[in-house]
Ligand binder design. Structure first.
Ligand code: ZN
Length: 240
């Protein structure tokens, strides 16, 4: 069995479609979504409907939460807030309610899924080093937990101590715990513009990261045509 772990789609339809086509070509039969389906880019409703129709386990991201509500976005960075105000207008009340009802944490098969961290999922903390990962591990009761949020693929392993290992192929070893960021489909921030997701091959205890090219010029044109901040079109190409 091969499961695709994907998230931080951020309303990038071209990237989402390319990832789903790639996963299907890789023999994936099951899907799990890390959240942040909407926000930043120009196709929130289309991406939401695709993920909803997949009927796969999905956790809530901070942008899903902000797009589903009507609270003030004053404390957020202005570009993200502008995109979220626009996103709210693109979604129906029923679509916003679907986002609002997503759960913060899911257990799927023998692993856990969360958008940010297990210690305080509603605080949306960013895990950028092994010390941040340590507090997560105290609350991680499955061998593997997949997450997103920073848009950077990362692998933290806890055996005698917590270490970060390169986000390449990861062989799951008995006796170790893994906290794995699967990267971002729609707005990667590791300097590589290509859509990122991971495949968990259960028979071989192997997790591989995939990078997928997509029609980024089309995504950029849609961002500009929608009147969203031009910086959002620039950053997807820079991968920042
Ligand atoms: Zn995100």
């Amino acid at each position: 069995m091969r499961i695709a772990l994907f998230g931080d789609i951020h309303a990038n339809l071209e990237a989402l479609e390319a990832v789903l086509a790639d996963a299907s070509g890789q023999g994936v039969t099951d899907y799990v979504c890390m959240g942040d389906i909407v926000g930043y880019n120009a196709d929130p409703a289309a991406c939401l409907e695709i993920v909803r129709a997949m009927n796969c386990p999905t956790v809530k991201g901070n942008h899903d939460e902000d797009a589903s509500g009507s609270h003030s976005l004053e404390t957020m960075n202005p570009i993200a807030a502008t995109a979220l105000e626009w996103t709210r207008q693109q979604l129906t009340a029923e679509q916003r309610q679907w986002l609002a009802r997503l759960r913060m944490v899911r257990q799927v098969s023998e692993f856990t899924v969360v958008h940010s961290t297990l210690d305080q999922p509603a605080n949306w903390n960013y895990v950028t080093n092994r010390f941040d990962a340590m507090s997560n591990f105290s609350y991680q009761f499955t061998q593997i937990c997949f997450h997103g949020h920073t848009h950077v693929p990362r692998v933290y392993v806890k055996s005698a101590k917590v270490q970060e290992v390169p986000a390449e192929s990861v062989v799951i070893e008995p006796g170790s715990k893994y906290f794995i960021n699967v990267g971002s489909v729609g707005q990667p921030r590791d300097g590589d513009w290509r859509a990122c997701y991971a495949i968990f091959d259960l028979e071989n205890n192997l997790i591989v990261f995939r990078r997928v090219e997509y029609d980024i010029a089309k995504t950029q044109e849609k961002i500009i045509a929608a009147g969203l901040p031009a910086m959002l079109a620039e950053r997807i190409l820079e991968g920042r």
